[in-house]
Design a protein around this ligand. Structure first.
Ligand SMILES: C[S@@+](CC[C@H](N)C(=O)[O-])C[C@H]1O[C@@H](n2cnc3c(N)ncnc32)[C@H](O)[C@@H]1O
Length: 244
């Protein structure tokens, strides 16, 4: 590796949460391929986020706190200080996220709730960056909503049960300039998700695609698009691209 590559690599590492400082608990989802893909996508979009100057950044389903901490670290020291807020349905995740954030010297308001329940009114149309790595694994419907670690992955039919509740919540929370970054699997039918969001007036783009041994992950970015029409031609092209 030449000096430039080493320098860029260490700069990149200094802009995300440090794994040894990420707290853990047996009932809390540890950072995994999907968490890393989401953080890599956010890092790749960091310059755009700095230009957007978000006032409120939010994560739904913070788990260990790896993603929201990385976001706070990568946007830190840039002359503006966004307010960070994160939710999780698992109370252990809230405590673990607090520890992870403390270890990195960053702060977020942490709320133990179902998706964004209780926050909709206060945060309506005011979130500029919303990040979500939802429970997306297709499972029987009755596995969704269990307490503890099961809630980290159980996604019901097509892995869409929680995702389909997050989409209207995101629409309610996102500001005019707001962006949603969401992890999906091919099994979640991402083109359908984009169509749903298109109907609500959002454009979308896959900003990162990564295949692991077990799954094919897409990180999709959504933003409000005032010229949004149902561009079915584009959507069918998109469907072919992601294979559904
Ligand atoms: C795949 S894990 C992601 C954790 C972390 N964001 C990451 O990327 O490593 C999904 C997280 O969503 C949380 N979760 C599941 N259902 C939820 C709901 N209805 N409301 C809020 N959080 C939820 C789980 O407890 C879990 O922490």
């Amino acid at each position: 590796m030449n000096e430039f590559v080493v320098e860029e690599f260490s700069k990149m590492l200094s802009r995300i949460a440090k794994i040894p400082l990420v707290s853990s608990h047996p009932e809390v989802y540890e950072p995994c391929d999907d968490s890393f893909a989401l953080v890599d996508a956010l890092l790749a979009d960091r310059t755009n986020m700095l230009q957007q100057k978000p006032s409120i950044c939010m994560e739904i389903g913070c788990g260990s706190g790896y993603v929201i901490t990385s976001l706070a670290v990568m946007l830190g020291d840039e002359g503006f200080v966004p307010y960070y807020i994160a939710t999780d349905i698992n109370p252990h995740a809230i405590r673990v996220t607090r520890e992870t954030m403390d270890a990195h010297g960053v702060y977020a308001e942490l709320v133990n709730t179902d998706i964004t329940s209780g926050l909709e009114k206060r945060l309506a149309r005011s979130v500029d960056v919303l990040v979500v790595n939802p429970p997306y694994v297709p499972t029987p419907e009755d596995e969704v909503g269990f307490e503890g670690i099961t809630s980290a992955w159980a996604g019901g039919e097509n892995g869409r049960s929680v995702i389909d509740k997050i989409l209207p919540a995101a629409n309610n929370l996102l500001s005019e300039k707001g962006w949603l970054y969401m992890v999906t699997l091919t099994a979640n039918k991402p083109s359908e998700i984009c169509l749903e969001m298109r109907k609500k007036g959002y454009a979308s783009r896959i900003i990162l695609q990564r295949s692991t041994e077990e799954e094919s992950l897409h990180i999709i970015k959504f933003w409000r698009d005032s010229d949004s029409h149902l561009e079915l031609k584009n959507l069918s092209y998109w469907s072919k691209l992601v294979g559904n």
